[in-house]
Design a protein around this ligand. Structure first.
Ligand SMILES: Cc1cc2nc3c(=O)[nH]c(=O)nc-3n(C[C@H](O)[C@H](O)[C@H](O)COP(=O)(O)OP(=O)(O)OC[C@H]3O[C@@H](n4cnc5c(N)ncnc54)[C@H](O)[C@@H]3O)c2cc1C
Length: 453
């Protein structure tokens, strides 16, 4: 009798444990699915479900809704499960690592650009990466494909295509360069290295510095890299490099290979035609036979255009949060970059952080960031001033205009992280056509164009 009671008790405990586990799992499962659906709706309203470049294309007939892709994404919340299928809920966050595609057990995902006929941000390129303007080429992330290994491969392939077309054209006049490369990121640098190896005369122009977007990464960031061959260096074969390692590689190539890189030079327009282009900058203009645009997609940081914005204490990126211990800092913006900078600064000893955003709430950020910043605001470690606009910056104060009138804050440093002005207007000014123009072009029997490879 006692043994029977004991067995019943054990079974009751086991069944209760299983029932609790199933209940907790079901509640969590339902909650995560409901969150994904809410997030999709919210991001759709904000236009953030739309991807910037390549993104996961999910075959919903094959998808079994197992969530493996959601868990595999290094960016966290690009994909979600809605109505039992994987969907892109935050396309703007996708960098294109493709880990979702690798992880999918049924092969339902591939990473690409999809149908570009509605995309006004994907330039039309032929198989040589030439735009609809003959002699004007595009390499790297500007083509729609992010990631360093894609930029390097495209840089090499595009410079080789330029070399072939120049050789077919015959010798140049002495008065102009063979090639101007605009942008000194991974695509521009490798294009220029390849051009030099082919004996072409080449100048690289960059509005910031050599390294491109890698320069903007936070200090000591670990960068995931797929194996790729860099001209003049060899194979990048480790899975992870620090930001500093990568910059050291570019720096060494710059020093030893004799690249002519002009930094702090912003290209404002390009005129002319194949064989005779004029690349215009704020000052000098460069004559050349071919141009490779390797501008990336991040554009030029958006300025506030307020008095005092040219003071040396104003910056548009945060590289080293530790350097701001004990400082009074204003961060301006309401996206992930601004929020991540504010949180990084708030963790430094005695750093007083104010976050100013023109909208009343922080809606355009990753869920993970929303969850992390809420307690910092609640505990007063970040002074969040929603619905405010900066009106003036002075040596030791900043002035904001808010719903209750002007606010004056003592201040040592200002970070403006209000997004960037995308380079697509510049490209259109040069005559480059985009995916969205394709139908009109076909109608007027223009030159056939293909999506970038
Ligand atoms: C936060 C973050 C993390 C990332 N992490 C990874 C990662 O882990 N692994 C990975 O592979 N990729 C990562 N990426 C993506 C990677 O950095 C980019 O895909 C890559 O840098 C693109 O190279 P690019 O040469 O095409 O352009 P970019 O590196 O963007 O370089 C473009 C250059 O053009 C210059 N330029 C732009 N306009 C002009 C103009 N008008 N005149 C003159 N110069 C101009 C810019 O100053 C810039 O130097 C990350 C990106 C970000 C933002």
């Amino acid at each position: 009798m006692e043994a029977l009671l004991e067995r019943s008790l054990i079974w009751t405990v086991v069944l209760a444990a299983v029932a609790t586990y199933v209940l907790v799992y079901t509640v969590r499962f339902r909650r995560s699915r409901a969150q994904a659906a809410r997030r999709l709706e919210q991001n759709h309203e904000l236009g953030m479900d739309r991807p910037l470049g390549q993104y996961p294309l999910v075959d919903s007939n094959r998808c079994i809704g197992c969530s493996t892709c959601v868990d595999a994404c290094p960016e966290g919340d690009v994909l979600g499960i809605v109505s039992g299928r994987a969907v892109v809920i935050n396309g703007a966050r996708c960098i294109g690592h493709g880990e979702c595609a690798e992880a999918c057990p049924v092969g339902a995902i591939r990473v690409g650009l999809g149908d570009i006929t509605k995309r006004d941000d994907i330039p039309l390129l032929d198989e040589d990466h030439q735009t609809t303007v003959p002699g004007l080429y595009i390499a790297g992330e500007l083509s729609g494909f992010a990631l360093i290994h894609n930029a390097v491969q495209q840089g090499v392939a595009t410079a080789r295509a330029v070399d072939r077309s120049l050789k077919a054209e015959g010798p140049r006049g002495p008065d102009r360069l063979d090639l101007v490369v605009v942008g000194a990121g991974p695509a521009g640098m490798t294009a220029a290295l390849t051009a030099l190896e082919s004996g072409l005369s080449c100048v690289v122009l960059d509005q910031q510095g050599a390294g491109g977007t890698i320069l903007q990464y936070p200090r000591r960031k670990l960068v995931m890299v797929q194996p790729v061959e860099i001209p003049g260096y060899g194979l990048l074969d480790r899975r992870e490099y620090s930001k500093e390692d990568l910059l050291e590689i570019w720096e060494r190539l710059h020093r030893t290979r004799g690249l002519d890189i002009r930094v702090g030079v912003r290209v404002t327009g390009i005129q002319g035609e194949r064989g005779n282009f004029q690349v215009q900058t704020g000052g000098e203009s460069f004559s050349c036979r071919r141009v490779i645009l390797a501008l990336g997609r991040r554009g030029t940081p958006r300025r506030l255009n307020v008095p005092g914005e040219d003071l040396p204490k104003v910056a548009y990126k945060l590289i080293d949060a530790e350097a701001y211990k004990g400082r009074r800092v204003l961060v301006v913006g309401g996206g992930d970059s601004a929020v991540e900078a504010a949180m990084g600064l708030a963790h430094q000893p005695d750093c007083q952080v104010t976050l100013s955003y023109r909208k009343p709430e922080l809606l355009r950020i990753k869920q993970r960031n929303a969850e992390r910043i809420a307690p910092l605001i609640r505990d007063g470690r970040i002074n969040f001033l929603g619905a405010t606009n900066v009106t003036a910056i002075k040596e030791d104060v900043v002035t904001l205009e808010g719903p209750d009138g002007p606010v004056i804050l003592p201040n040592d440093e200002v970070f403006i992280m209000a997004g960037g002005i995308a380079p697509f207007g510049l490209l259109r000014g040069m005559g480059v056509c985009f995916g969205g123009d394709q139908k009109d072009m076909q109608r007027s029997a223009g030159r056939p164009a293909a999506a970038p490879a």
